[in-house]
Design a protein around this ligand. Structure first.
Ligand code: DGJ
Length: 742
């Protein structure tokens, strides 16, 4: 039983043998949280998990019971105004200006599988994979109904939660906040882990010990952002990469979010995750219902890596478009760093031709093919071919590419408009702007008002026409600036704070329409690299260009950090030319390939500029990727050595049956007279099985306790060998179960 209802229908226990999540109806009718963590065996009544005694000075909600105080109780959906002074999960504004609500339990329903969320991306599951508990609460005075949707996945340590609010009253109300996840822990001894960064430096891992008060991350930029990922984890002090407890939280949402940990005066920790309440307010008319995005909660007893693997499995099997779960993604070449805006058909076809020779499967034409775009100052919104550059048209180019044996893909930035564009001339009112304010530019462009259906419809028509005409196989959907002067002329004054959420719903609407109509087109999301790396977009686009930074050394950190939550087969990772365009660093082609290998592989360079020897290397890289891509798509990923802490990085991916594994080891700086023998300790293998790697045999336990010996260039060799290798070295090992070698 994945959902146990006991104690006369007042206690709910979600469990799957890997975690337990327990709450109950309290004496005042509200929901109290009892426990979240390692699986517990079922019990009729867990209410003793909530300490019950008078705490001097506390507010008491029941006149005849001075021990009943929600000021110190753990709660499921804490609200404002009845004596819990911590940050609430729900806050409403009523027409009379009041804010106090009192949601009490009404009933529950259990459903096999997982209902979808209207207008929002969310994990999906069939009846055999998940069970859902829906708890209905009512606010009797205001005639509001609140539904908490919990889904427990049967084979993963994962619970998802979303919240819906239904206005059954006669008055409109305003939602000031409605957080998707709200979990109260009866302790404070955790470290908070999150991913932070900026353009070209996304998803760096940050860890800090929780302190009393509020610590939070979030975005108010209109997108989940380069700066903070909608992810937060709480780990125990002794938790490592592979051992110990972690609670991971991730929001299936691409807009403004807040993730916060609050330690109160009794050392309880409250986690809140949801739409950022800053600049958010939603007018809910009678008979209308509002749905929060979905929060994913992972509990791991197997360290940070265990948490990551649960996220990876969930997103691969229950979030990305079904069609792409088992589909092989093509190895692509993108012309951006090869040509930037300076191309013509001849140049592009030459790239495609060379690319085909080395085994590349998809050619992607990036920015600059439309309107009169020769730099980043014009034409966004004019999604018609740039006849000056491509006089024979896009269809002709696409056919030329296909004739050379590659698929054809195209870049769009659907949400944007250049002030210098035909679209702006005909519809200046479609660009977001606060009346009377000078609009702030970023990369010379403005943002289209995607809260308006006619704008979304217009962009849809242009994109759909090109997809059909050119028979696109792939779209890179870029988004290169954040929203300023947020305001929509299509919204009434007291609905302006709906803007950001409506904007992202507009983005989802367009994605939904295009992916449904053109299911075979592979979408890769991008926002100036990793400005919108989140599960909301993974639902539509199974891969994401995680950073504009293609430097192999920088990528070690970015890919390592991103893997904290997102599967490696969702990360666009390309080999680019040297000196690298972001860092001017020279790394060997071998290392660039070895880093990109752990992702959805591609190239971002002009193959015409390669020497014959480099072409050979690339051919080898592509063959290697093709040989291993099913493993990279389906395997379990392990982080082994942390680039944020050392000069080295190591990671590996192990097939689910543990028969094979691919290991990447990277050393940034050469170390003269370094360790005599360096080993990398592996993970995820079968202890008693014998494996073969580079012609040597090892048992799984040796590899996981002593480690895999590294080749001599990593082992303190001076002189000739060290000179031959130098900085930026890497090595890929392929390991197979003995007797199973190809
Ligand atoms: C930002 C993207 O991340 C790049 O890869 C490239 O597509 C440029 N935009 C094009 O303008």
């Amino acid at each position: 039983m994945y959902i146990q209802v006991t104690n006369n229908g007042t206690q709910f226990h979600l469990t799957n043998g890997r975690l337990s999540y327990i709450f109950h109806v309290m004496k005042n009718g509200q929901l109290g949280h009892l426990y979240y963590g390692k699986a517990l065996r079922g019990r009729e009544d867990f209410s003793r998990l909530q300490a019950y005694h008078v705490q001097t000075g506390n507010s008491t909600q029941l006149d005849d019971d001075s021990a009943f105080s929600i000021e110190s109780f753990r709660q499921e959906i804490p609200s404002y105004g009845k004596g819990d002074f911590r940050s609430p999960a729900i806050s409403l504004r009523m027409p009379d200006g009041s804010h106090v609500t009192n949601f009490v339990y009404k009933n529950y329903e259990i459903k096999e599988g997982k209902p979808s969320l209207p207008d929002l991306p969310a994990a999906y599951a069939n009846n055999k994979d998940a069970s859902t508990l829906q708890i209905r609460l009512v606010e009797k005075r205001l005639k509001l109904e609140l539904v908490l949707n919990y889904t427990v996945f049967h084979d993963l340590p994962v619970i998802t939660r979303s919240v819906s609010l239904d206005n059954r009253g006669l008055d409109r109300i305003f939602i000031e906040r409605l957080m998707s996840a709200s979990v109260d822990f009866p302790e404070k001894d955790f470290e908070m882990v999150h991913l932070a960064g900026a353009w070209a430096r996304e998803c760096h891992i940050k860890t800090r010990q929780l302190q009393s008060g509020i610590q939070s991350i979030g975005s108010a930029r209109g997108a989940s952002s380069h700066h903070y990922n909608p992810f937060l984890a709480l780990k125990r002090f002794n938790t490592t990469e592979h051992t110990g407890e972690v609670y991971g939280f991730n929001l299936v949402y691409s807009g403004n979010f807040l993730a916060q940990a609050e330690i109160d005066h009794y050392d309880n920790t409250r986690i809140l995750l949801g739409i950022n309440p800053f600049r958010f307010e939603w007018r809910l008319e009678p008979d209308e219902c509002f749905h929060s995005p979905e929060a994913v909660m992972v509990y791991s007893e197997e360290g940070m890596n265990g948490m990551s693997q649960a996220f990876h499995d969930l997103y691969r099997e229950h979030l990305i478009p079904k069609h792409w779960q088992k589909e092989i993604r093509p190895i692509l070449i993108n012309n951006w760093e090869a040509t930037y805006f300076d191309f013509n058909e001849e140049k592009l076809l030459a790239i495609a031709e060379k690319a085909k020779d080395v085994g590349i499967e998809l050619f992607v034409l990036d920015d600059g093919w439309f309107g009169s775009r020769n730099d980043d100052t014009t034409s966004l919104g004019d999604w018609k071919v740039n006849k000056n550059k491509l006089p024979k048209g896009l269809k002709h180019l696409a056919e030329g590419v296909r004739l050379r044996g590659l698929k054809f893909g195209l870049w769009f930035e659907p949400e944007m408009i250049s002030p210098k564009s035909n679209l702006y001339e005909s519809h200046p009112e479609w660009a977001i702007k606060t009346p009377g304010e000078h609009p702030t530019l970023s990369r010379n462009q403005r943002v289209l008002d995607f809260t308006q259906d006619e704008v979304v419809q217009f962009i849809y028509e242009q994109m759909a026409q090109i997809i059909r005409e050119t028979e696109l196989s792939y779209i890179k959907w870029d988004m290169n600036r954040y929203i300023t002067e947020a305001y929509s002329s299509g919204l009434e004054a007291d609905c302006q704070d709906e803007f950001y959420h409506r904007y992202i719903l507009g983005v989802y609407k367009l994605y939904d329409r295009l992916t449904k109509e053109f299911p075979s087109v592979l979408f890769e999301s991008c926002a100036g690299g990793g400005g919108r790396v989140d599960p909301g977009l993974l639902y539509f686009a199974p891969q994401v260009w995680i950073s504009d930074n293609t430097d192999a050394v920088e990528r070690l950190k970015i890919q390592y950090g991103t893997s904290m939550v997102y599967p490696i087969y969702s990360m666009g990772s390309h080999v680019s030319a040297v000196p690298n365009h972001q860092t001017l660093r020279h790394t060997p082609l071998s290392m660039r390939g070895d880093v990109a290998l752990f992702g959805t592989f591609g190239y971002e360079l002009d193959p015409g500029e390669l020497t014959a020897a480099e072409q050979k290397v690339i051919e080898g890289q592509i063959q290697k990727y093709k040989q291993h891509r099913a493993l990279i798509r389906d395997g379990d990923f392990y982080r082994l050595i942390n680039p944020f802490e050392t000069n080295e990085t190591a990671w590996m991916i192990v097939s689910k049956d543990k028969h094979e594994a691919l290991i990447g080891f990277y050393q940034v700086r050469a170390m003269p007279n370094w360790r005599r023998q360096q080993n990398v300790r592996l993970a995820g293998l079968e202890r008693d099985w014998e494996y073969v790697v580079d012609g040597q045999c090892f048992y799984g336990d040796e590899l996981m306790t002593i480690g895999l010996p590294l080749p001599e260039e990593f082992n303190g060799v001076n002189g000739a060998t060290a000179k031959r290798s130098g900085d930026y070295q890497s090595h890929i090992f392929y390991l197979q179960l003995k007797g199973k070698q190809n």
